[in-house]
Design a protein around this ligand. Structure first.
Ligand SMILES: N[C@@H](CCC(=O)N[C@@H](CS)C(=O)NCC(=O)O)C(=O)O
Length: 204
């Protein structure tokens, strides 16, 4: 399989963490993809949305977005690998909803970053940035009140959150850490338990 991703995308990092925990790294070739210029023709042939990550299966099937890829890898992994997304029951919906919240934090953080990257100072909209920031803050506050780590091993929601806050560390100066001791402590435990977190750490 081939994974089109970049070292900085939180969504691609999430997939790489899942791959590592499932013991699938040796089956996946990681290919560096560039989402620029916007409308990158080669990437658009893999995903018409021009977004990464994209997983190309050995038969040529293309999978996106990251949630779909992660669920595919979770089901593909060997029987003795940890199950990251429950297949049924209340736990499935709980895990997927928490993961969606983590993804939403990452998405809002990416949009704020893009505002600075792609728009001239005069074009930037402070209200819109504040709106995205409020989503990041409220999402993080939710997790601070109900932190992950109740399971013996990390699940897909934990992985998604670790990838999201890793991106906030990279692009937003780690400000998320202020006044969120539970989350900071949890991330320390997560990175100790999951060596792939350090291995997939984006270049600063
Ligand atoms: N919901 C998608 C989000 C993917 C995404 O937004 N990726 C960003 C990189 S972090 C991207 O490719 N952006 C390029 C663009 O929006 O044109 C997923 O989970 O895979």
């Amino acid at each position: 399989m081939k994974l089109y991703t970049s070292p900085t995308t939180p969504f691609g990092r999430k997939v790489r963490l899942v791959s590592a925990l499932k013991g699938l790294d040796d089956q996946i070739e990681v290919i560096r993809a560039d989402t620029n210029p916007p409308g990158n023709a080669e990437l658009m042939t893999q995903n018409p949305l021009g977004k990464i990550p994209v997983l190309i299966l050995d038969d040529g099937t293309r999978l996106f977005d990251s949630r779909v890829i992660c669920e595919y890898l979770d089901r593909l992994g060997p029987d003795n690998s940890p199950q990251l997304i429950p297949t049924a029951g209340d736990e499935r919906w709980k895990t997927l909803t928490r993961a969606s919240l983590a993804d939403g934090i990452a998405e809002a953080g990416v949009l704020i970053y893009y505002e600075g990257l792609y728009r001239n100072e005069s074009q930037r909209n402070a209200d819109w940035v504040a709106r995205q920031q409020s989503k990041v803050d409220a999402g993080l506050d939710y997790f601070e009140q109900d932190p992950p780590g109740k399971n013996a091993t990390p699940d897909y929601a934990d992985i998604s959150l670790a990838a999201a806050v890793g991106h906030l560390d990279l692009r937003h100066g780690g400000r998320w850490r202020n006044n969120r001791p539970q989350l900071v402590a949890w991330l320390d435990r997560f990175s100790t338990a999951v060596p792939a977190y350090a291995l997939t750490s984006p270049p600063t």
